[in-house]
Design a binder for this molecule. Structure first.
Ligand SMILES: *Cc1c(COP(=O)(O)O)cnc(C)c1O
Length: 397
């Protein structure tokens, strides 16, 4: 065969980049059953511990009793239900925007929004560590796409100064998905306004975790609809359900309904997912203790890692990556932890830049300190600690 897939796959394996799935046989939570065995897990994005919350599950059940399961059609045909509409109104109020629009998921929201707003004569400026869905959207929309240095406002300013794009859009993760750090959104909003451009923030990992009511970076930095006109949230992470939304002005939402192809040409979410998410939104807003508890866990873990001399990346969010550098070594460490009943996913290129493979440790409000003690114990095992000790692993922080 001219194009041998087996050879290609083998190269992938040799490079330590081969990806494999594990089968989960329990609900999400700190303790999960995977391939028949119990594990302590530190790799979900269920930051508030809502993915298996009884009230949310009960809302879902009630809604399927009332409305059945499938939405049956796209939003513009016959799929836009009362539950979807109520959730959109609640999300608009929650984010302090005119309106919100539901999408099937975050990937599709990003593709749909960027390609609805930008075309060939335009310019899109992306942080180089943005999520894959944003980078893909930048390619798809046909605009001139640039990646600026991570969180580097000066680098971005120079690029904006040189650009002659018709429309200019700055696009960034709110909380970076593989690093856990936060974008300098206030400075980005100022730059956008100085250049008559738009700022778009994908806050998939900030919603629920940051702000007094879990409103993410927009709430934390008090950015209103003028300063931050395109705000994306996903529902599969801290909300514990599924789907995504865009929040912004009435004109933005109407534009997306007309032009966002990933909104128009796809089936609406099951309405019961929207009903369940309404309950989840209420818990996310009102149960502030979940955020306080998360902060306590983060502090506890960072203190423990500092005592062990482990190279944690600087992060104040539930994403606490331990930098390893080499992809194969990262897989080996993850395997040792796995053999000790602890699940932490190795994150390798191309998800992160070459030479910055890492263990992406994430916490949930459902974790307790004793869970973290087990993780810290495992990280101090000689067979794990040796990878981090002494000699420079070749990676600059
Ligand atoms: C997870 C994630 C997405 C994709 O959202 P899905 O709803 O899972 O498709 C988009 N952007 C960021 C920053 C993410 O972390």
């Amino acid at each position: 065969m001219a194009f041998d897939l087996a050879v290609w796959l083998d190269e992938r394996r040799q490079a330590g980049l081969y990806r494999q799935r594990k089968t989960v046989e329990s609900p999400q939570g700190p303790e999960v059953v995977v391939d028949g065995k119990p594990f302590l897990a530190f790799c979900s994005n269920d930051y508030l511990g809502l993915a298996n919350h009884p009230d949310i599950v009960a809302s879902f059940r009630q809604a399927t009793d009332d409305c059945g399961l499938g939405s049956g059609a796209s939003h513009l045909v016959l799929g836009h239900s009362r539950a979807h509409h109520q959730l959109e109104e609640a999300l608009a109020e929650f984010t302090g925007r005119d309106r919100a629009l539901l999408f099937a998921n975050g990937y599709m929201a990003n593709l749909g929004v960027i390609s609805a707003l930008l075309g060939k004569q335009d310019a899109v400026f992306q942080d180089r560590l943005n999520h894959a869905s944003l980078l893909d959207a930048g390619q798809l929309c046909g605009a001139r796409s640039q990646r600026y240095q991570h969180n580097d406002v000066d680098n971005l300013r120079r690029r904006l100064d040189k650009s002659d794009g018709r429309r200019k859009m700055i696009v960034t993760d709110g909380v970076f998905s593989m690093d856990g750090d936060i974008a300098p959104v206030t400075a980005l909003a100022e730059l956008a306004s100085q250049h008559q451009g738009w700022l778009m923030v994908d806050d998939a990992h900030g919603f629920g975790c940051l702000g007094n009511i879990g409103g993410g970076v927009a709430e934390l930095y008090h950015l209103d609809q003028q300063q931050l006109p395109v705000l994306i949230g996903t529902l599969g992470k801290a909300f514990g359900t599924y789907g995504a939304f865009v929040a912004g002005s009435d004109a933005l939402i109407e534009t997306l309904i007309q032009f966002a192809r990933t909104y128009i040409y796809t089936t609406a979410l099951p309405p019961a997912v929207a009903s369940a998410t309404l309950t989840s939104l209420s818990l996310l807003r009102h149960e502030h203790w979940r955020r306080t508890h998360l902060q306590d866990l983060i502090h506890y873990f960072r203190t423990g890692c500092a005592q062990l001399g482990l190279p944690l990346l600087p992060s104040s969010t539930p994403i606490q990556p331990l930098l390893v550098g080499d992809a194969s070594q990262t897989v080996s460490i993850s395997q040792v932890l796995y053999d000790h009943g602890i699940m932490v996913t190795p994150i390798r290129p191309p998800t992160v830049p070459k030479g910055t493979a890492r263990l992406r440790i994430t916490f949930s409000a459902a974790h307790q300190r004793h869970h973290l003690d087990r993780l810290l114990d495992a990280l101090s095992l000689p067979s794990v600690a040796c990878w981090f000790r002494g000699d420079d692993n070749g990676v600059k922080l």
